[in-house]
Design a protein around this ligand. Structure first.
Ligand SMILES: COCCOc1ccc2cc1OCC(=O)N(C)CCCNCc1c[nH]c3ncnc(c13)N2
Length: 278
């Protein structure tokens, strides 16, 4: 069902623009208030010229289409969009505590309770997405935001499988790609289990498991699943067990997401309070 917000033809005049919230590859994000309802939102402004240059406009259209139908507490809402002659505007839910990667940088690494709570939220969001045949949400830290109650929000529209070539063209990090993607074979929703395992490791150790100086070394470490657990910081064997069950080369043997939610480390550590210190 299409809500009233989605049917309406929005224009820039409907909003008071506030402080900038950050800048991404294709544009800036601003805090904004919709004048009639006084509703606070985030407004992402994308330049058509840049979208055309990178040939991503049709992909953005499809991702906006997908995103506008997703309703989950851990997926950032897209309320609507509009455009003028030079820009595309996305009207988004505002995440009051900002970007997760900045939190991770500040804390260096998270406590096991905080890491387990985030991993459980992401698993629930991914189960929801897979139920709607949406896979490969780009769940690296840069695309995760924190809401006012400390809850995690996936902000990136999870450029779906069609943007696989985006990975090859956009020189983004390989760190989160599973073997079947770096080896360019077809992949399914199990890629998200791998990426979540990478993220769980990075929450606990502060760095992704296969990080290396050169792309070629990261590539080799991924395809060989060269998984090592440093002695510092001290991490429970339950956490290592979970990560080891997710970072498995054979995608059909990775721990299914609903099983992850029953794993002892998740059961023992999830802290729904959302109040975390470093
Ligand atoms: C094609 O685009 C798809 C949608 O992508 C985004 C939607 C919303 C976003 C960020 C998005 O992409 C990443 C990006 O632009 N940056 C990394 C720069 C801005 C960082 N956000 C900062 C931020 C703070 N409180 C927020 N509440 C809601 N959204 C936010 C933010 N940002």
């Amino acid at each position: 069902q299409v809500s009233a917000a989605e049917k309406k033809r929005w224009t820039l005049n409907d909003f008071n623009i506030g402080k900038p919230l950050g800048r991404g590859k294709f544009g800036h994000v601003y805090l904004a208030r919709e004048k009639r309802s006084n509703h606070i939102v985030a407004l992402k402004v994308l330049f058509k010229s840049q979208l055309q240059q990178s040939q991503v406009e049709h992909q953005l259209r499809r991702e906006v289409e997908i995103q506008s139908h997703l309703r989950h507490p851990n997926i950032l809402r897209l309320y609507g969009y509009f455009y003028d002659q030079s820009r595309v505007y996305l009207i988004l839910e505002y995440a009051a505590r900002g970007e997760l990667y900045k939190e991770l940088q500040k804390c260096k690494y998270f406590s096991e309770r905080r890491a387990a709570s985030y991993v459980a939220s992401l698993a629930r969001a991914l189960i929801y997405c897979h139920g709607k045949h949406v896979i490969h949400r780009d769940i690296k830290p840069e695309n995760l935001l924190i809401g006012a109650q400390g809850e995690l929000k996936i902000a990136d529209f999870g450029w779906s499988v069609h943007t696989f070539n985006r990975r090859r063209t956009m020189c983004g990090t390989l760190d989160y790609l599973p073997p079947e993607m770096v080896e360019s074979v077809e992949h399914d929703s199990n890629v998200d289990i791998w990426s979540l395992g990478i993220l769980c490791y990075e929450f606990l150790y502060g760095v992704p498991p296969f990080e290396a100086e050169k792309h070629s070394d990261t590539y080799r470490r991924i395809v060989q699943v060269d998984l090592k657990f440093p002695s510092k910081p001290i991490v429970s064997s339950a956490a290592k067990d979970l990560i080891s069950q997710m970072l498995v080369k054979d995608s059909s043997k990775r721990l299914p997401l609903h099983k992850l939610l029953e794993h002892p480390w998740i059961i023992q550590n999830v802290d729904p309070s959302g109040i975390y210190k470093c």
